[in-house]
Design a protein around this ligand. Structure first.
Ligand code: NAP
Length: 286
Protein backbone atom coordinates (compact mmCIF):
# COMPACT_ATOMS: atom_id res chain seq x y z
CA UNK A 1 0.00 0.00 0.00
CA UNK A 2 1.39 3.41 -0.92
CA UNK A 3 -1.44 5.71 0.21
CA UNK A 4 -1.43 7.37 3.60
CA UNK A 5 -4.38 6.20 5.72
CA UNK A 6 -6.55 9.07 6.94
CA UNK A 7 -7.37 8.13 10.51
CA UNK A 8 -10.98 9.11 11.26
CA UNK A 9 -10.94 7.42 14.64
CA UNK A 10 -8.08 9.58 15.87
CA UNK A 11 -9.57 12.71 14.29
CA UNK A 12 -12.93 12.06 15.95
CA UNK A 13 -11.34 11.42 19.37
CA UNK A 14 -9.36 14.65 19.06
CA UNK A 15 -12.49 16.58 18.08
CA UNK A 16 -14.55 15.10 20.93
CA UNK A 17 -11.89 16.14 23.44
CA UNK A 18 -11.85 19.65 21.94
CA UNK A 19 -15.67 19.83 22.13
CA UNK A 20 -15.65 18.67 25.77
CA UNK A 21 -13.27 21.53 26.60
CA UNK A 22 -15.50 24.02 24.75
CA UNK A 23 -18.62 22.74 26.52
CA UNK A 24 -16.91 23.11 29.90
CA UNK A 25 -16.27 26.78 29.10
CA UNK A 26 -19.87 27.58 28.12
CA UNK A 27 -22.02 29.31 30.75
CA UNK A 28 -24.66 26.55 30.38
CA UNK A 29 -24.09 23.08 28.89
CA UNK A 30 -25.96 22.63 25.57
CA UNK A 31 -28.85 20.13 25.56
CA UNK A 32 -29.41 17.68 22.70
CA UNK A 33 -32.91 16.27 22.20
CA UNK A 34 -32.69 13.07 20.17
CA UNK A 35 -36.17 12.03 19.11
CA UNK A 36 -36.63 8.32 18.42
CA UNK A 37 -39.93 7.09 17.01
CA UNK A 38 -40.75 3.39 17.33
CA UNK A 39 -38.48 0.41 17.83
CA UNK A 40 -36.28 0.06 14.77
CA UNK A 41 -33.23 -1.82 16.18
CA UNK A 42 -30.64 -0.02 14.01
CA UNK A 43 -32.08 3.40 14.96
CA UNK A 44 -31.93 2.39 18.63
CA UNK A 45 -28.22 1.64 18.31
CA UNK A 46 -27.48 4.89 16.41
CA UNK A 47 -29.37 6.97 18.97
CA UNK A 48 -27.76 5.19 21.90
CA UNK A 49 -24.29 5.96 20.50
CA UNK A 50 -25.19 9.59 19.89
CA UNK A 51 -26.52 9.99 23.44
CA UNK A 52 -23.49 8.28 24.95
CA UNK A 53 -20.97 10.46 23.13
CA UNK A 54 -23.05 13.53 23.87
CA UNK A 55 -23.00 12.96 27.65
CA UNK A 56 -19.30 12.07 27.55
CA UNK A 57 -18.66 15.52 26.05
CA UNK A 58 -20.71 17.20 28.81
CA UNK A 59 -23.75 17.87 26.60
CA UNK A 60 -27.07 17.35 28.39
CA UNK A 61 -29.04 14.34 27.12
CA UNK A 62 -32.68 15.39 26.56
CA UNK A 63 -33.72 12.23 24.71
CA UNK A 64 -37.37 11.46 23.90
CA UNK A 65 -38.64 8.03 22.86
CA UNK A 66 -42.07 8.08 21.22
CA UNK A 67 -44.21 5.01 20.40
CA UNK A 68 -44.19 3.95 16.71
CA UNK A 69 -47.96 4.54 16.37
CA UNK A 70 -47.71 8.25 17.27
CA UNK A 71 -49.79 10.45 14.96
CA UNK A 72 -48.31 13.15 12.72
CA UNK A 73 -50.04 15.86 14.81
CA UNK A 74 -48.82 14.48 18.13
CA UNK A 75 -45.24 14.24 16.90
CA UNK A 76 -45.44 17.70 15.36
CA UNK A 77 -46.60 18.95 18.77
CA UNK A 78 -43.59 17.34 20.48
CA UNK A 79 -41.19 18.94 18.00
CA UNK A 80 -42.85 22.34 18.53
CA UNK A 81 -42.48 21.90 22.27
CA UNK A 82 -38.75 21.12 21.87
CA UNK A 83 -38.40 24.03 19.45
CA UNK A 84 -39.81 26.42 22.05
CA UNK A 85 -37.93 24.96 25.03
CA UNK A 86 -34.92 27.16 25.88
CA UNK A 87 -33.25 24.16 27.59
CA UNK A 88 -33.08 22.39 24.21
CA UNK A 89 -30.14 23.50 22.08
CA UNK A 90 -30.40 20.92 19.32
CA UNK A 91 -33.15 18.63 17.99
CA UNK A 92 -32.36 15.45 16.09
CA UNK A 93 -35.24 13.48 14.60
CA UNK A 94 -33.81 10.02 13.99
CA UNK A 95 -34.66 8.84 10.46
CA UNK A 96 -36.30 6.83 9.07
CA UNK A 97 -39.60 7.44 10.84
CA UNK A 98 -42.47 4.90 10.48
CA UNK A 99 -44.16 4.94 7.05
CA UNK A 100 -47.39 6.67 8.14
CA UNK A 101 -45.44 9.81 9.09
CA UNK A 102 -44.32 12.61 6.75
CA UNK A 103 -40.64 13.06 7.69
CA UNK A 104 -40.12 16.23 5.64
CA UNK A 105 -43.10 17.99 7.22
CA UNK A 106 -41.74 17.04 10.66
CA UNK A 107 -38.19 18.17 9.87
CA UNK A 108 -39.58 21.49 8.62
CA UNK A 109 -40.76 22.28 12.17
CA UNK A 110 -37.20 22.22 13.54
CA UNK A 111 -35.91 25.79 13.71
CA UNK A 112 -32.63 26.30 11.79
CA UNK A 113 -30.87 27.31 15.02
CA UNK A 114 -31.65 23.86 16.50
CA UNK A 115 -31.23 21.78 13.32
CA UNK A 116 -28.12 19.88 14.41
CA UNK A 117 -28.52 17.32 11.60
CA UNK A 118 -28.64 20.14 9.02
CA UNK A 119 -31.35 18.32 7.08
CA UNK A 120 -34.18 20.84 6.97
CA UNK A 121 -34.98 22.79 3.81
CA UNK A 122 -33.96 26.00 5.48
CA UNK A 123 -30.55 24.64 6.50
CA UNK A 124 -30.01 23.18 3.01
CA UNK A 125 -31.02 26.53 1.49
CA UNK A 126 -28.60 28.42 3.73
CA UNK A 127 -25.79 26.07 2.72
CA UNK A 128 -26.61 26.50 -0.97
CA UNK A 129 -26.63 30.29 -0.57
CA UNK A 130 -23.36 30.31 1.38
CA UNK A 131 -25.01 31.66 4.53
CA UNK A 132 -23.97 30.57 8.04
CA UNK A 133 -25.90 27.66 9.49
CA UNK A 134 -25.71 24.05 10.58
CA UNK A 135 -24.54 21.57 7.95
CA UNK A 136 -25.13 17.80 7.70
CA UNK A 137 -22.74 15.87 9.90
CA UNK A 138 -21.24 13.31 7.49
CA UNK A 139 -20.14 15.75 4.76
CA UNK A 140 -18.95 18.18 7.46
CA UNK A 141 -16.88 15.30 8.88
CA UNK A 142 -15.36 14.70 5.43
CA UNK A 143 -14.31 18.38 5.25
CA UNK A 144 -12.75 18.09 8.69
CA UNK A 145 -10.73 15.03 7.61
CA UNK A 146 -9.55 16.77 4.41
CA UNK A 147 -8.45 19.84 6.38
CA UNK A 148 -6.74 17.79 9.05
CA UNK A 149 -4.85 15.89 6.34
CA UNK A 150 -3.77 19.24 4.84
CA UNK A 151 -5.44 18.62 1.47
CA UNK A 152 -5.45 21.75 -0.71
CA UNK A 153 -8.99 22.32 -2.00
CA UNK A 154 -8.77 25.67 -3.75
CA UNK A 155 -8.88 25.07 -7.50
CA UNK A 156 -8.70 21.29 -7.02
CA UNK A 157 -10.87 18.98 -9.13
CA UNK A 158 -13.30 17.38 -6.69
CA UNK A 159 -15.68 14.63 -7.73
CA UNK A 160 -18.53 13.47 -5.49
CA UNK A 161 -20.24 10.19 -6.38
CA UNK A 162 -23.79 10.40 -5.02
CA UNK A 163 -26.34 13.21 -4.83
CA UNK A 164 -28.41 12.43 -1.75
CA UNK A 165 -29.62 15.26 0.49
CA UNK A 166 -27.82 13.58 3.38
CA UNK A 167 -24.37 13.29 1.84
CA UNK A 168 -23.71 13.96 -1.86
CA UNK A 169 -25.42 17.33 -2.36
CA UNK A 170 -24.19 19.02 0.84
CA UNK A 171 -20.73 17.53 0.21
CA UNK A 172 -20.61 19.16 -3.21
CA UNK A 173 -21.77 22.49 -1.72
CA UNK A 174 -19.12 22.37 1.00
CA UNK A 175 -16.35 21.63 -1.51
CA UNK A 176 -17.62 24.40 -3.78
CA UNK A 177 -17.60 26.82 -0.85
CA UNK A 178 -13.90 26.03 -0.51
CA UNK A 179 -13.31 26.89 -4.18
CA UNK A 180 -12.85 23.36 -5.48
CA UNK A 181 -14.09 22.67 -9.01
CA UNK A 182 -16.85 20.22 -8.24
CA UNK A 183 -18.52 17.50 -10.31
CA UNK A 184 -21.40 15.50 -8.86
CA UNK A 185 -22.02 12.00 -10.25
CA UNK A 186 -25.06 9.79 -9.82
CA UNK A 187 -26.61 6.58 -11.14
CA UNK A 188 -27.18 8.06 -14.62
CA UNK A 189 -23.65 9.43 -15.06
CA UNK A 190 -22.10 8.09 -18.26
CA UNK A 191 -18.64 6.54 -18.11
CA UNK A 192 -18.26 7.11 -14.38
CA UNK A 193 -14.62 5.99 -14.26
CA UNK A 194 -13.65 8.62 -16.83
CA UNK A 195 -15.23 11.33 -14.66
CA UNK A 196 -13.84 10.11 -11.33
CA UNK A 197 -10.34 9.80 -12.86
CA UNK A 198 -10.31 13.62 -13.16
CA UNK A 199 -10.54 13.98 -9.39
CA UNK A 200 -7.76 15.31 -7.19
CA UNK A 201 -10.25 14.69 -4.37
CA UNK A 202 -12.74 11.87 -4.83
CA UNK A 203 -15.63 11.38 -2.40
CA UNK A 204 -17.50 8.11 -2.85
CA UNK A 205 -21.03 8.15 -1.41
CA UNK A 206 -23.04 5.91 -3.73
CA UNK A 207 -23.93 3.10 -1.36
CA UNK A 208 -22.52 0.39 -3.67
CA UNK A 209 -19.93 -1.92 -2.08
CA UNK A 210 -16.39 -1.50 -3.50
CA UNK A 211 -17.63 0.14 -6.71
CA UNK A 212 -14.60 2.47 -6.97
CA UNK A 213 -11.64 0.44 -8.18
CA UNK A 214 -8.09 1.52 -9.07
CA UNK A 215 -9.06 2.30 -12.69
CA UNK A 216 -11.48 4.95 -11.42
CA UNK A 217 -8.79 6.85 -9.51
CA UNK A 218 -6.18 9.33 -10.72
CA UNK A 219 -2.67 8.51 -9.41
CA UNK A 220 -2.02 10.64 -6.33
CA UNK A 221 -5.69 11.46 -5.66
CA UNK A 222 -7.13 11.75 -2.16
CA UNK A 223 -9.97 9.26 -1.80
CA UNK A 224 -12.68 9.60 0.84
CA UNK A 225 -14.97 6.62 1.29
CA UNK A 226 -18.33 7.48 2.84
CA UNK A 227 -19.90 4.10 2.02
CA UNK A 228 -20.66 1.67 4.80
CA UNK A 229 -21.71 -1.91 4.11
CA UNK A 230 -21.99 -4.88 6.39
CA UNK A 231 -21.22 -7.91 4.21
CA UNK A 232 -20.71 -11.52 5.26
CA UNK A 233 -16.98 -10.93 4.78
CA UNK A 234 -17.10 -7.92 7.15
CA UNK A 235 -17.45 -4.14 6.84
CA UNK A 236 -16.51 -2.38 3.64
CA UNK A 237 -17.13 0.91 1.87
CA UNK A 238 -17.79 2.08 -1.68
CA UNK A 239 -14.07 1.89 -2.47
CA UNK A 240 -11.96 -1.18 -3.10
CA UNK A 241 -9.57 0.15 -0.45
CA UNK A 242 -6.69 -2.27 -0.79
CA UNK A 243 -6.31 -1.88 -4.55
CA UNK A 244 -7.10 1.84 -4.66
CA UNK A 245 -4.48 2.46 -1.95
CA UNK A 246 -1.85 1.45 -4.53
CA UNK A 247 -2.87 4.41 -6.70
CA UNK A 248 -4.13 7.11 -4.29
CA UNK A 249 -1.92 9.36 -2.16
CA UNK A 250 -4.30 9.22 0.82
CA UNK A 251 -7.42 7.23 1.61
CA UNK A 252 -9.94 6.74 4.41
CA UNK A 253 -10.33 3.16 5.66
CA UNK A 254 -13.68 1.48 6.39
CA UNK A 255 -14.20 1.12 9.28
CA UNK A 256 -12.26 3.92 11.00
CA UNK A 257 -12.50 6.64 8.36
CA UNK A 258 -15.57 8.81 7.81
CA UNK A 259 -17.84 6.77 10.13
CA UNK A 260 -16.45 7.95 13.50
CA UNK A 261 -16.58 11.57 12.31
CA UNK A 262 -20.36 11.69 11.92
CA UNK A 263 -21.25 11.69 15.63
CA UNK A 264 -18.30 13.93 16.46
CA UNK A 265 -19.70 16.50 14.01
CA UNK A 266 -23.14 16.15 15.62
CA UNK A 267 -21.56 17.17 18.92
CA UNK A 268 -19.80 20.04 17.19
CA UNK A 269 -23.09 21.14 15.60
CA UNK A 270 -24.76 21.07 19.02
CA UNK A 271 -22.11 23.40 20.43
CA UNK A 272 -22.39 25.59 17.32
CA UNK A 273 -26.17 25.64 17.78
CA UNK A 274 -25.67 26.96 21.31
CA UNK A 275 -23.48 29.75 19.94
CA UNK A 276 -25.78 30.50 16.97
CA UNK A 277 -28.71 30.74 19.34
CA UNK A 278 -26.95 33.30 21.48
CA UNK A 279 -25.84 35.28 18.40
CA UNK A 280 -29.20 34.62 16.62
CA UNK A 281 -27.58 34.87 13.19
CA UNK A 282 -29.80 32.22 11.64
CA UNK A 283 -33.18 33.64 12.53
CA UNK A 284 -35.95 31.86 14.37
CA UNK A 285 -38.76 29.52 13.44
CA UNK A 286 -41.58 30.67 11.23
P1 NAP B 1 -28.49 7.17 -1.04
O1 NAP B 1 -29.50 8.10 -0.51
O2 NAP B 1 -28.88 5.80 -1.46
O3 NAP B 1 -27.81 7.90 -2.31
C1 NAP B 1 -26.90 7.22 -3.12
C2 NAP B 1 -26.49 8.11 -4.27
O4 NAP B 1 -25.54 7.41 -5.05
C3 NAP B 1 -27.63 8.49 -5.19
O5 NAP B 1 -27.51 9.84 -5.57
C4 NAP B 1 -27.43 7.57 -6.39
O6 NAP B 1 -27.81 8.15 -7.63
C5 NAP B 1 -25.93 7.36 -6.40
N1 NAP B 1 -25.59 6.07 -6.98
C6 NAP B 1 -26.11 4.87 -6.67
N2 NAP B 1 -25.55 3.91 -7.44
C7 NAP B 1 -24.65 4.54 -8.25
C8 NAP B 1 -23.78 4.10 -9.25
N3 NAP B 1 -23.70 2.80 -9.59
N4 NAP B 1 -23.01 5.02 -9.87
C9 NAP B 1 -23.07 6.31 -9.54
N5 NAP B 1 -23.88 6.79 -8.57
C10 NAP B 1 -24.67 5.91 -7.95
O7 NAP B 1 -27.28 6.99 -0.02
P2 NAP B 1 -26.65 8.02 1.07
O8 NAP B 1 -27.57 8.16 2.22
O9 NAP B 1 -26.15 9.23 0.38
O10 NAP B 1 -25.41 7.14 1.56
C11 NAP B 1 -24.39 6.73 0.68
C12 NAP B 1 -23.48 5.72 1.40
O11 NAP B 1 -22.89 6.37 2.51
C13 NAP B 1 -24.18 4.50 1.97
O12 NAP B 1 -23.31 3.39 1.88
C14 NAP B 1 -24.41 4.85 3.41
O13 NAP B 1 -24.47 3.69 4.25
C15 NAP B 1 -23.17 5.64 3.69
N6 NAP B 1 -23.31 6.61 4.79
C16 NAP B 1 -22.38 6.56 5.77
C17 NAP B 1 -22.44 7.46 6.80
C18 NAP B 1 -21.41 7.42 7.85
O14 NAP B 1 -21.58 8.00 8.91
N7 NAP B 1 -20.28 6.77 7.58
C19 NAP B 1 -23.46 8.42 6.85
C20 NAP B 1 -24.39 8.47 5.83
C21 NAP B 1 -24.31 7.55 4.78
P3 NAP B 1 -29.34 8.56 -8.01
O15 NAP B 1 -29.57 9.85 -7.28
O16 NAP B 1 -29.30 8.75 -9.48
O17 NAP B 1 -30.21 7.45 -7.52
Amino acid sequence: MSAVLIDGKAAAAELRAEIAREVAELPRAPGLATLLVGDDPASHIYVRNKRKQCTQAGIRDLHRHVPGDVSQDELAGIIDELADDPEVTGILLQLPVPGHLDANALLARIPPTKDVDGLTERSAGRLALGKPGLVPCTPAGVMHLLDRAGVALEGAEAVVVGRSSLVGKPQAQLLLARNATVTTCHSRTRDLDRVTRRADVLVAAAGVPRMIGPDAVKPGAVVIDVGMHRLESGLCGDVDTERVAEVASAITPVPGGVGPMTIAMLLRNTVRAARLRSEDTVGTRG
